[in-house]
Design a protein around this ligand. Structure first.
Ligand code: GFB
Length: 322
């Protein structure tokens, strides 16, 4: 990828996109194209076609997506399937039509079957039923992967797909019913600590196992792959660190410094029993994650505290910092 190449980062205000912009800048790629949601609505075909034909990006990181944790996926299944299908269909097709040299699409570990041999390797895609809470999102993501493969086959494009395990980091969406587990628990433990709550509610049984990968490692891997990977099949991006939700809660509790109890709420869904990725393929290409789970959570907690301070200042002064 040439340093002067026109690189479009779709979704640059999200967790993945922000980190991609930072890493690309650090590596000397300065000709970045970004558009806010107000400037370009990726669900609108005409707007997307116009953008690509006017701006003619050379490379595309397709990190724009409707994302959320198990609560959001359960509450808004229509939004998850509709928005993701529209965003990726418009972007992938326009990338082909305008002659983009290479595109990288972000899949998700929830594309794998609910009951899959662990760790899951790339050949396990489409070999079984999906987890019901994330099925609409997963179907959209699978469609994105298959669309890239189909365009590569028919039109000889170079569209690659990565399948990250659960991504987290300081710019995450914290503390709501819609968050992913890691930022949700950081907020719950922090609030419990400062308000002296006796206990914190953790959803589900605590038994599901997840693998987490820190955002800066994901962005570095994505840049590494767009510059070095030309395979037509999707490639896993996993940290190799697999942990139960109960163990994760204990690690976060320690880092936040909360002393109370954990209560497991079995009325909330567990989701898939395990999502661990076989990262043999990407390791063979030479990529290794740099950030341990403890280090990543500590950085994420710092990011959370900064965000809380900022919003408290805004509440006091009435001035919103942008
Ligand atoms: O991160 P999470 O929402 O998503 O939840 P998934 C992981 C596990 O943590 C589930 C438990 O077993 C949850 O029940 N959990 C415990 C909590 N406490 C909490 C909490 O306070 N909030 C949340 N959110 N979970 C999502 C998919 O699946 O992962 C998406 O629904 C996507 O489609 C994403 O693939 C990466 O890992 O279960």
């Amino acid at each position: 990828m040439e340093k002067q190449a026109r690189i479009y980062v779709a979704g640059h205000t999200g967790l993945v996109g922000k980190s991609l912009v930072r890493e690309l800048n650090k590596k000397g790629y300065t000709n970045l194209l970004t558009r806010s949601h107000q400037e370009l609505d990726l669900t609108r075909q005409i707007e997307v076609e116009r953008f690509f034909s006017q701006e003619r990006p050379d490379y595309v990181f397709l990190a724009a997506a409707r994302v959320g944790g198990i609560g959001a996926n359960s509450s808004y299944p229509a939004d998850f399937i509709y928005e993701n299908l529209m965003i990726q269909t418009n972007t992938i097709h326009s990338a082909y039509a305008s002659g983009v040299k290479k595109l990288l699409f972000f899949g998700s570990a929830c594309m794998y079957p609910k009951h899959c041999l662990q760790p899951m390797n790339e050949d396990n895609l489409l070999t079984g039923r999906l987890e019901s809470t994330s099925e609409p999102y997963a179907i959209a993501k699978i469609a994105g992967v298959k669309m890239c493969e189909a365009y590569n086959r028919q039109y000889k494009t170079s569209f690659i797909c990565i399948i990250p395990s659960n991504i987290y980091g300081p710019d995450d969406h914290f503390g709501s019913q819609d968050s992913h587990v890691l930022p949700a628990l950081i907020d719950k433990f922090h609030q419990a600590k400062i308000n002296n709550f006796d206990s914190v509610i953790v959803w589900g049984s605590g038994n599901p196992r997840r693998e987490f990968v820190f955002i800066d490692d994901v962005a570095k891997a994505a840049i590494f792959l767009i510059t070095s990977y030309n395979g037509s099949t999707a490639i896993n991006l996993g940290s190799g660190e697999n942990i139960s939700i109960k163990e994760l809660a204990m690690v976060i509790k320690d880092i936040v410094g909360y002393k109370g109890e954990l209560i497991f709420d079995n009325t909330k869904p567990d989701g898939a029993p395990e999502k661990s990725l076989d990262a043999t393929k990407i390791r063979k290409l030479g990529w290794l994650p740099k950030t341990s789970l403890e280090e990543g959570i500590a950085k994420t907690y710092l990011g959370y505290q900064t965000a809380v301070k900022l919003s408290n200042n805004e509440a006091e002064t009435g001035v919103k910092k942008i």
